[in-house]
Design a protein around this ligand. Structure first.
Ligand code: DXP
Ligand SMILES: NCC(=O)COP(=O)(O)O
Length: 242
């Protein structure tokens, strides 16, 4: 793969700050447009069932106003499927979700949930929405994505980001091997969760990766440096890794 590695900027936590006071600012849609101007190839937004950050209105406005593709992250529920079919984003990434979690804790069990996921994947594809499965870098989950006919997988990098030393190196190898297996089977490979300036380069260097989705760190850094500069810096780090 190599070539241009796309950056999807996740704007969830602009909405976290907005929702802290129930104001209309900071506006996630404004952040999305600024990130796109600064070099983001796409915008990711996670409409959680508890609407803790991104709201239904945010999705409606993003779908209407974005100048780059929208990647809607969604749980595998009838409610979210209906919302995806209504707004028809460029892409939908099916992620695991628990109300009790502070953030996504791992990948979707595509292998164990095949029968539940198969009709949802088919219906999203039928609506010309590019389906992605957010999964662990695990051969069994890659095989499940192949069986489900998912055109894209997004590999969970959270464990890699939490580990250090040899354990991190081993997890990086696991991600690289999973990316190679998926790409060999015609699946487009993305990665994301927990990526920062300090840990992104080894992930970005994996040649089979087509896209990285990065949010929480960028929004945090934007408080100090501004959104455009941090998007540009992440873009530069990813480009330099190729
Ligand atoms: C799936 C993933 O890792 C993120 O894209 C997800 O959005 C994390 O959830 P929060 O944004 O609610 O932390
Ligand atoms: N799918 C990963 C994503 O969109 C952003 O995750 P994070 O950078 O907010 O951890």
């Amino acid at each position: 793969m190599s070539g241009h590695l796309r950056l999807g900027v996740n704007i969830d936590h602009v909405a976290t700050v907005r929702n802290a006071r129930g104001s209309g600012y900071p506006d996630p849609v404004r952040a999305a447009l600024l990130a796109a101007q600064a070099g983001a190839d796409g915008i990711t937004a996670h409409l959680r069932e508890d609407r803790r950050h991104i709201t239904d209105d945010d999705i409606a406005r993003l779908a209407a106003e974005l100048t780059v593709p929208l990647n809607l992250e969604m749980a595998a529920t009838d409610e979210m499927l209906s919302i995806a079919l209504r707004h028809r984003p460029h892409a939908a990434c099916i992620v695991p979700e628990r109300r009790e979690e502070r953030t996504t804790e791992g990948g979707l069990d595509a292998a164990g949930k095949h029968n539940m996921l198969a009709p949802m994947v088919s219906e999203l594809k039928g609506a010309n929405i590019r389906v992605s499965l957010f999964i662990e870098p695990d051969p069994a989950q890659i095989e499940a994505a192949i069986r489900l006919g998912a055109p894209v997988v997004e590999l969970h990098t959270g464990r890699y980001c939490e580990l250090e030393g040899e354990a991190r190196t081993a997890e990086l190898r696991r991600i690289a091997d999973a990316a190679a297996l998926a790409a060999k089977n015609g699946i487009e490979v993305h990665a994301g969760h927990g990526l920062t300036f300090d840990n992104v380069v080894p992930i970005a260097a994996i040649p089979q990766l087509a896209e990285l989705n990065i949010g929480h760190f960028l929004i945090g850094e934007a408080i100090f440096e501004g959104l455009a500069p941090v998007v540009k810096r992440m873009r530069d780090l990813m480009d330099a890794a190729r």
